[in-house]
Design a protein around this ligand. Structure first.
Ligand SMILES: *[C@@H]1O[C@H](CO)[C@@H](O)[C@H](O)[C@H]1NC(C)=O
Ligand SMILES: *[C@@H]1O[C@H](CO)[C@@H](O)[C@H](O)[C@H]1NC(C)=O
Ligand SMILES: *[C@@H]1O[C@H](CO)[C@@H](O)[C@H](O)[C@H]1NC(C)=O
Ligand SMILES: *[C@@H]1O[C@H](CO)[C@@H](O)[C@H](O)[C@H]1NC(C)=O
Length: 190
């Protein structure tokens, strides 16, 4: 019994030191930056080996985060560049909150992202050119924020050369605001 405990303990320490809970640290950096009046982030305990048991977080079989679902959660505050450490993230759902500030350029490093839903917040600044790196992205919904400037050409190119099916940037302060919804056989921007 003692031996088994020791083996488990050593094993856990080994995993923890290899893993260092880098993804948990990234999410905890986000939590630290947010006001959370409804305590939806209460289960986000950074002392755990990984964030896979936290509410609103989904992992793959390798205990790597693939989804963060925090829509309509009453959150305010800013996004953090540390989110780039969530290398396998596919769904970042943060719509319907009171988020402010910019989209960090580092979000463009999340090349496995399928859905980036930041609509209905108060995000501002320019839409980062780096989002043009998100070649897996199918849904980019940024409508109803306070984004300004122009939509980067690199983002439009995701529609033509990438997988982007829905790009909604309406209800912002952008120059040349558009909504594009692509049907499977329809080619826009030809
Ligand atoms: C899990 O990690 C292994 C080794 O790094 C890799 O071969 C495998 O594709 C990963 N599986 C998933 C679901 O990411
Ligand atoms: C945003 O904040 C305002 C003022 O605190 C609040 O009334 C409103 O309900 C919040 N909206 C969301 C979506 O949380
Ligand atoms: C992450 O993004 C930043 C800002 O776009 C960039 O400077 C950096 O090289 C990227 N890092 C990696 C590992 O791709
Ligand atoms: C884009 O966003 C606007 C503003 O919220 C909304 O009215 C419209 O239905 C959306 N379009 C699509 C295709 O989702």
């Amino acid at each position: 019994m003692v031996t088994r405990f020791l083996v488990c303990f050593v094993f856990a320490v080994a995993i923890a030191s290899v893993d260092c809970n880098s993804e948990g640290d990234a999410l905890n950096a986000l939590k630290t930056n947010l006001a959370d009046p409804h305590n939806v982030l209460q289960s986000w305990d950074p002392t755990l080996v990984n964030p896979c048991t936290w509410f609103h977080v989904t992992c793959n079989n390798n205990n790597s985060v693939i989804r963060v679902d925090l829509s309509n959660a009453g959150l305010s505050g800013q996004l953090v560049p540390q989110l780039e450490r969530l290398a396998n993230l596919q769904y970042l759902e943060l719509f319907g909150n009171n988020l402010t500030g910019v989209i960090p350029n580092e979000i463009g490093n999340l090349t496995n992202l399928i859905s980036l839903d930041l609509y209905q917040n108060q995000l501002s600044g320019e839409i980062p050119t780096s989002l043009g790196n998100l070649v897996s992205l199918r849904f980019l919904r940024l409508q109803s924020n306070e984004f300004s400037g122009t939509i980067p050409l690199e983002v439009f190119q995701l529609v033509r050369y990438g997988n982007l099916h829905i790009l909604n940037v309406s209800d912002n302060q952008l120059v040349g605001t558009v909504t594009i919804q692509i049907q499977p056989d329809l080619q826009l921007l030809k």
